[in-house]
Design a protein around this ligand. Structure first.
Ligand SMILES: *Cc1c(COP(=O)(O)O)cnc(C)c1O
Length: 391
């Protein structure tokens, strides 16, 4: 955490240098020492958020900024979303809430999805952070604190409607209702989470909605908070009073592989640090797992699995240069990847050139699919070694 923070502040210093060099993110010169250029388009992020609010109106849209805003930097993303009108922010961990609370306006609400952990009650109340209560013991602890402080405390009540991950058990409905009636808590939302919101045809969506409606009937005057990005595209029945999109705001496809209506937010370009021509029969990469079938022009780029490009991309994915697809050959290393640049005119790809890893030719979702994973995992794994250009 501390190491990341200090790298960030270094990056802030270098960032202004690079902005002087060029206004165009991906085309700017790469500051010395940075192997890759991660462009994060805060304008596109804000437009995605606003598109979401239009989609779900009259419901409101929160933004999920857990895991450092899906790896993109909560210190930049959360204030940008606040400026775009967002007033409800969800994080996963209490310390993530502490980090963003001071950089948002007082009218913003910050919620902790993973709930109220023992020992966090007082700091949570003191910082004005709102816990999502996921169990009877959390509810009791928060209510007890409200009693001892002599003031009302806000909370969200989450119910498990069929994911078995987080939330009060519907079997405890009577107990929950009795506890709430004792007073002390302002329940801002009754909440649940969809397990299959990204799969519109999955019958589990309807089952969870029915369960949510059954629970909601017991809390007639309380607003509901149910849908994630995928759920927000399932129709008004899923919207409740507040939706909680994450990935769609960051430009990921809300419904897996279907057409993506969101604007891309992230572009990733990585520097070439070596080129060579090898003869047929040459072994390429760790384990010698790829053997050149012909003479090949290879290039080594300066990012690997430590930079969020998973080993599952070995001999599978590709990068792009001037629109030409350059396949990954051999295994992905920790800090580098070897690509087949044979499709380019000789000498076209030189030391210091940058190839597109995520951009107009290759979406975040396409890269994730090649890696056998999801956009979420790629984004949250990008790490701290790229130069970050916020636009
Ligand atoms: C992560 C998360 C979200 C956001 O999900 P997306 O699919 O990224 O929109 C919403 N609600 C909960 C409870 C989550 O854990």
């Amino acid at each position: 955490m501390d190491a990341t923070r200090s790298m960030r502040s270094d990056a802030v210093t270098v960032r202004s240098m690079a902005e002087d060099m060029s206004r165009a993110g991906a085309d700017a010169a790469l500051p010395a020492g940075y192997p890759g250029y991660l462009t994060i388009d805060l304008g596109a992020l804000s437009r995605n958020y606003q598109a979401m609010t239009r989609r779900v109106a009259p419901a409101l849209a929160a933004a999920v900024v857990k895991a450092d805003a899906y790896g993109l930097g909560a210190d930049r993303v959360a204030p940008a979303l606040y400026a775009a009108g967002c007033r409800h922010f969800f994080v996963a961990q209490f310390h993530e809430a502490l980090a963003i609370r001071p950089i948002l306006g007082d009218d913003a609400k910050v919620f902790v999805l993973n709930g109220l952990q023992p020992g966090n009650e007082e700091p949570c109340a003191e910082a004005g952070i709102i816990p999502v209560l996921n169990g009877m013991e959390q509810l009791a602890a928060w209510q007890a604190l409200a009693g001892s402080l002599g003031r009302r405390l806000s909370a969200v009540l989450q119910f498990d409607t069929g994911m078995s991950r987080l939330g009060l058990a519907p079997a405890d409905l009577d107990r929950v209702q009795k506890a709430i009636e004792k007073g002390g808590l302002d329940i801002l939302f009754v909440m649940s989470h969809l397990a299959c919101g990204d799969e519109p045809d999955n019958a589990q969506n309807g089952e969870q909605l029915a369960e949510m409606q059954r629970i909601a009937a017991r809390f007639a005057d309380l607003p509901l908070c149910f849908a994630n990005s995928g759920g927000s595209f399932l129709g008004a029945a899923y919207h409740g009073a507040l939706v909680r999109p994450g990935i769609a705001v960051y430009g990921g496809a809300p419904h897996g592989n279907a057409d993506n209506p969101m604007e891309p937010v992230v572009r990733l370009d990585v520097a070439v640090v070596q080129t060579r021509t090898v003869a047929a029969g040459a072994k390429i990469g760790y384990g010698g797992s790829h053997v050149a079938a012909r003479q090949m022009v290879l290039a080594t780029i300066a990012a690997g699995y430590a930079d969020g490009l998973p080993r599952t991309l070995s001999d599978r994915g590709a990068v792009y240069f001037e629109g030409v697809r350059l396949p990954i050959v051999g295994r992905v290393s920790m800090d580098s990847i070897i690509i087949d640049a044979s499709a380019l005119p000789e000498g076209r790809l030189t030391l210091g050139a940058r190839v597109e890893v995520i951009g107009p030719n290759q979406s975040l979702d396409a890269l994730a699919a090649d890696a056998g994973t999801i956009s979420y995992e790629i984004l949250t794994s990008l790490g701290s070694r790229y130069f970050r250009n916020y636009r």
